[in-house]
Design a protein around this ligand. Structure first.
Ligand code: GLP
Length: 244
């Protein structure tokens, strides 16, 4: 779906998420959301907060799983995704803290594999992800699944691509400060979500959006594997769709 701008697109996706959360609540069921970070979903999160504060949308029946976190990363660090999620979303909602899951950037390295295994187990125990929100990196990554990530990859420690670290440089006051690694849900983990909504805004994403939508599925552009999912929505603004 191509919207005139990211504002309209974000509001529409927020409505869609709100409808799902409300529908689940009416059925007395939990709603499991997969959430992304980055600049792309910030307006969406702001709108969800508005729906909570002004239109009574409750998140008490929501369980969330975030895609990724830098490694290593302290949760109170300026650049941590824990902090990002609290600032943009969780601190302003009635989601129950025990229902929030974000990969832990403080796990000792020898325990990371076990942590990742448990993260997957927690997703399964919650009943799987109902709706996964995704952004896309210029390398074609979803989550932090950099080029080389296969369609069946699982939650794991990954080395960040040079382009990704360049793109994150301003957040870290210099590329040399950007962590070299991250913990990310795998492509296979993401593909198990029942419904996926990928968002991309701006001309800077136009080239990778074209490769994702029109290229053959390949691990050199992991987002192309979304083509194999039965229920994906790609939500763009005009600029991000310019090369389609
Ligand atoms: C980071 C995140 C991704 C996100 C991507 C795009 O690398 N790990 O989940 O999709 O950046 O970022 P932005 O939305 O700021 O363009």
């Amino acid at each position: 779906t191509i919207y005139a701008d990211s504002e309209q697109a974000s509001v529409a996706v927020a409505q869609q998420i709100a409808a799902l959360v409300r529908q689940r609540a009416a059925e007395g069921r939990m709603c499991v959301l997969g959430l992304a970070t980055g600049s792309t979903p910030t307006r969406l999160y702001e709108e969800l907060v508005r729906l909570h504060q002004q239109e009574g949308l409750s998140f008490r029946n929501v369980i969330s799983f975030n895609l990724d976190e830098y490694y290593p990363m302290a949760p109170d660090s300026l650049q941590s995704y824990v902090r990002f999620m609290r600032e943009y979303l969780f601190d302003h909602l009635d989601i129950q803290p025990e229902n929030i899951h974000i990969p832990d950037g403080t796990v000792p390295q020898e325990q990371v594999a076990e942590f990742c295994r448990r993260y997957e187990e927690q997703i399964r125990a919650a009943g799987g992800i109902d709706l996964q929100v995704l952004g896309i990196g210029r390398t074609g990554h979803i989550g932090f699944n950099e080029p080389g990530s296969g369609a069946t990859s699982r939650t794991r420690l990954i080395t960040l691509d040079h382009i990704t670290r360049t793109d994150a440089a301003s957040d870290f006051y210099g590329e040399e400060n950007v962590p070299r690694r991250a913990i990310t849900m795998g492509v296979g983990t993401i593909l198990e979500a029942r419904h996926i909504v990928l968002l991309a805004w701006g001309e800077g994403k136009a080239a990778v959006v074209k490769r994702m939508v029109e290229g053959d599925p390949t691990d050199s552009v992991p987002a192309t594997y979304l083509q194999q999912h039965p229920h994906v929505q790609v939500v763009l603004d005009e600029a991000a769709s310019a090369e389609l």
